[in-house]
Design a protein around this ligand. Structure first.
Ligand SMILES: Cc1cc2nc3c(=O)[nH]c(=O)nc-3n(C[C@H](O)[C@H](O)[C@H](O)COP(=O)(O)O)c2cc1C
Length: 301
């Protein structure tokens, strides 16, 4: 009933965890049956380890949060040695989110991941600055987005999901560039750029000044973008942004998402993904659908 397909990737249900909000899976083993999730998208991996930004790097906001973690991560080698064996053992479907500051870095990580078993797909985080192009984010320029996707495409036969940035004028252009470059699916949205100021210190709260806004506050924006992108491309769309109840997940699926990812909600309810899976199944039964696939994009008819 809950099975979905994302290109050649077959998932037992459409509920995944969003990169950076679920660690490398083990962190949540006391709360969630992690092997029952549709998939785990792990924290973004670069080629070399990254220390991230100095603190403070998280602020709570109305119905959400700002983060400026700065893509801190263990790097591809330690991920393979220390994190992947556990996920393989748990029989989880693993999607590795990767990041880079050049096309070459994205390709090098992909080549290294190709050699490993137990990885079901790669998710390209293209919200990162291209150092060789003056720090403009790959995902904010359609030709740069196309370039990085098509180069990574040449490196792997694993399903390739391209994660789009919402910090653009027209996200459908970026989705089409990813599709043309050979993406099997697009996931959206990453965080929206925001900031907060401490009125007593009269300074930005985050050491990095700006950060990414996530959580329920961004849901209507994310839903609108999923709706638009689902019309613009033929490849599957994965909805992300503020999903914190099963009803939110159903909204994204009705808007055209074939699957969804849960991010910030894991922080305030670590059991939320299990609850969303149960809620979707109950909704389908009550409304007499035999498969979740029957309701994908139904709000458009
Ligand atoms: C603390 C934190 C760390 C994140 N790290 C990553 C990351 O490494 N790679 C990535 O593609 N997205 C990252 N994200 C973005 C989320 O995966 C997700 O796209 C975004 O938070 C919107 O979903 P949400 O509102 O459900 O959290 C991060 C988000 C948060 C809050």
């Amino acid at each position: 009933m809950l099975k979905v397909r994302i290109g050649s990737l077959s998932l037992p249900n459409p509920v995944m965890t969003a990169s950076g909000t679920f660690g490398y899976g083990k962190e949540y083993e006391d709360f969630v049956n992690i092997h029952k999730l549709g998939a785990i998208v792990v924290k973004g991996i670069s080629f070399d380890p990254r220390p991230g930004n100095p603190p403070p790097r998280i602020v709570e906001t109305a119905c959400g949060m700002l983060n400026a973690i700065g893509l801190q991560n263990v790097g591809v080698e330690r991920f393979i040695e220390e994190k992947l064996p556990y996920l393989r053992n748990m029989n989880c479907r693993v999607i590795v989110n990767i990041l880079g500051d050049s096309v070459e870095e994205y390709c090098a990580i992909t080549q290294r991941l190709n050699e490993e078993k137990g990885i079901q797909a790669i998710e390209l985080n293209i919200s990162c600055p291209n150092v060789k192009k003056g720090g403009v984010a790959f995902g904010t320029n359609s030709s740069m987005a196309h370039e990085v996707v098509s180069q990574v495409r040449k490196e792997t036969s694993l399903p390739l999901i391209v994660k789009l940035s919402p910090n653009v004028t027209d996200i459908t252009e970026m989705a089409k560039a990813a599709e043309d470059g050979g993406a099997d699916a697009v996931s959206l949205i990453n965080t929206l750029i925001g900031m907060a100021i401490d009125i007593h210190k009269k300074k930005p709260v985050l050491a990095n000044t700006i950060g990414g806004l996530s959580g329920p506050a961004i849901k209507p924006v994310a839903l609108r973008m999923v709706w638009q992108v689902a019309d613009a491309v033929k490849i599957p769309v994965i909805g992300i942004g503020g999903i914190s109840t099963w009803q939110d997940a159903i909204e994204f699926i009705l808007a055209g998402a074939s699957a969804i990812q849960v991010g910030t909600a894991n922080f305030f309810n670590p059991r939320i993904t299990d609850e969303i899976i149960i809620g979707i199944e109950d909704y389908l039964k009550k409304n007499k659908y035999s498969s979740v696939r029957e309701i994908i994009g139904l709000a458009k008819n």
